[in-house]
Design a protein around this ligand. Sequence first.
Ligand SMILES: NC(=O)c1ccc[n+]([C@@H]2O[C@H](COP(=O)([O-])OP(=O)(O)OC[C@H]3O[C@@H](n4cnc5c(N)ncnc54)[C@H](OP(=O)(O)O)[C@@H]3O)[C@@H](O)[C@H]2O)c1
Length: 427
Amino acid sequence: MPFASRLLTALSPTIRPLCPTSSTFNIFIRRTSPLALTSTITTTAPTRRLKTQTSSIAEFNSQENKTNKRDKMTGQNQALWLTEQEGDFVVREAPYWTPGPDDILVRNKAVAINPMDWKIKLFGKHIPFPRTFPAIIGADVAGEVAEVGENVTKFKKGDRVIGKANYVATDHPSTGAFQHYTVCPASGSAILPDSISFAAGSVLPLAISTAAMGLYPPHRLGLPLPSPSSDAKKGKILLVWGGSSSCGSAAIQLAAASGARVIATASAKNFAFVKSVGAEEVVDYNDDEEKVVQRLVERIRAMQGSSKDNEDIYGAIDAIGEDKTWRATAQVLHGLGGGKVVSFLPWGHEGAPEGVEVQGLNDTSSLGKLTDINEAVWGRFVPEGLKNGALKAVPAPIVVGKSLDALPEEIMKSQAGVSAGKLVIEL
Ligand SMILES: NC(=O)c1ccc[n+]([C@@H]2O[C@H](COP(=O)([O-])OP(=O)(O)OC[C@H]3O[C@@H](n4cnc5c(N)ncnc54)[C@H](OP(=O)(O)O)[C@@H]3O)[C@@H](O)[C@H]2O)c1
């Protein structure tokens, strides 16, 4: 196969970005030129532009001045604005935000790039957020606390923190990561020990929240809550498809801290990494799918020992979120007699095999509302685990720029994917 075709195959999974109803909005993307990153898009049904509200950045800033009785912008904050749905990325002045009573304002020192960022830029009309433009996107920040809301007691100015930027839930630019100052909920932030760099810390927030929403709610996989001490009792088996990804490695770390015995998939070069974050077994997914599925079924049976009872198995996480990965993950559970898959592809799981329930995860930004789970994860496990080593700041950050200006190009380049790493911009 010519190099360009191999590259295209590697770059061109069937992608179904976040869609409100998959039957209406599934899109299949085939890149025709890896260099130009042009895409041919066919839709299973006529696409429909979701309703949005757009003003200019100048209008937004002027309105913000009036609403918050500012004379003018202070010049302290700059942001990467997305001008409109599938519009341009531009770096411009942004307000110096005031955090709400339960929030903190973080002076960002590092922000991480996620697959959702390029998907929003290229295919925003199929994605239900952001709805209001100009928008500031980005989900992961690490930095220093600049201001604390009046109800916040666990952080003070100057603390080193990581935080989940919650623009998906708020639809407000104050809560996007790609700027110098971001408002984060205190309940989705944690102290970052001095021993961990801002770049390393920035890889965690979205991955941790996404993994937690898959693992802990009773209607998902219902694992016991994680403990930062090493005494978690060894419990049931969990399959994580995509263990070397950012979300997959976070799922393994959380699950291991909940006592799960984890088996994961990854490329052979990443076996050591995946085991280092807590997987007991790793299987290479780069083979004929039937063989990989069979191998996983056999390994899980071996992990079970004499018991062949599916009560031993929590189920599976599809941390890659592609059509082929949730289907393969579901086939493994089917081979074991049934079970539940939580897929990080939010919608579009028609045709699961008999006995297998597949749930798409589309509510990561609601973790804060599940108080017990959020408190166990963000209140205890993340800060204590980072301090005592139970939680590693992985995958490794790959610093690809040192200013907001680097973001547009790096976001688009991130479509090519990373292996056991995460692209980070230091600020
Ligand atoms: N639903 C939500 O709320 C939500 C939230 C966050 C992310 N997501 C989605 O979750 C997915 C993962 O995001 P991420 O940031 O964790 O990705 P990532 O770290 O960028 O993923 C890169 C990793 O994926 C692995 N990989 C690629 N194809 C694979 C396959 N077929 N089987 C197994 N592993 C494979 C690679 O493994 P090797 O290098 O070892 O081959 C690589 O290490 C994305 O689709 C993202 O949009 C969804």
